[in-house]
Design a protein around this ligand. Sequence first.
Ligand code: PEP
Length: 250
Amino acid sequence: MRRALVAGNWKMHGSRSSAEALATAVASGLGEACAAEVVLLPPFVHVPEVSQRLAGTTIGLGAQNVADAAEGACTGEVSAAMLREFGCLYALVGHSERRLLYGEDDRLVARRARAALDAGLIPVVCLGETLEQREAEQTAQVVLAQLDAVVERLGADGLGGCVLAYEPVWAIGTGRSASPEQAQEVHGLLRDHLRRIDAAVADELRILYGGSVKPDNAGALFAMPDIDGGLVGGASLKADDFLAICRAAG
Ligand code: PEP
């Protein structure tokens, strides 16, 4: 049985004090009734403050990206070991904003995932098609190529140490979520593809859905058999909305 996971991607929002307040509100509002694993992903500079606020709670911490090298001349990057020192357990890799706005390709995403794993962080590998690709009926081809690039670098074993997040680009920040059926179709495709590589890894791997998850659509999305929780952007910035989504996952 896969334990649901809900991760809140705060993106580049907020100040030091608003990050503290949001982490505190989520921590105090979550309670023990929520069976889902909950993780917050603040901007790098807010990681230390949020880490302090989450100490002693069941809420995990992660970062929105991670360097593809362990250390060295990589100006502007933050290594997995640095993140681990501040209590991070997870790091996003390959978010579509990184791919589209900053030109990160499949090979770099796979290297970031490798570096995260090597330092004991769990990579949350994001993949998803653009609207143009969906309309051209290229969704399967695009997401499977993104997945294969990671499998090639990590092997099935390595992938078993990751979480996947299917995030159709057209659904991110648009208020237009994929329907539960549309999302399930892609999640099922990803899992079936992996099953042909390693059935045990495919069955255990958590595949999150991301793209305009809100309190009013979370329950229907998370009820789908291959959707194991959510990667939540905008709604994770409001404690009440995020908590409602966490409860919908477990
Ligand atoms: C995201 O940033 O990964 C995301 C899914 O954003 P939103 O929930 O706002 O669509």
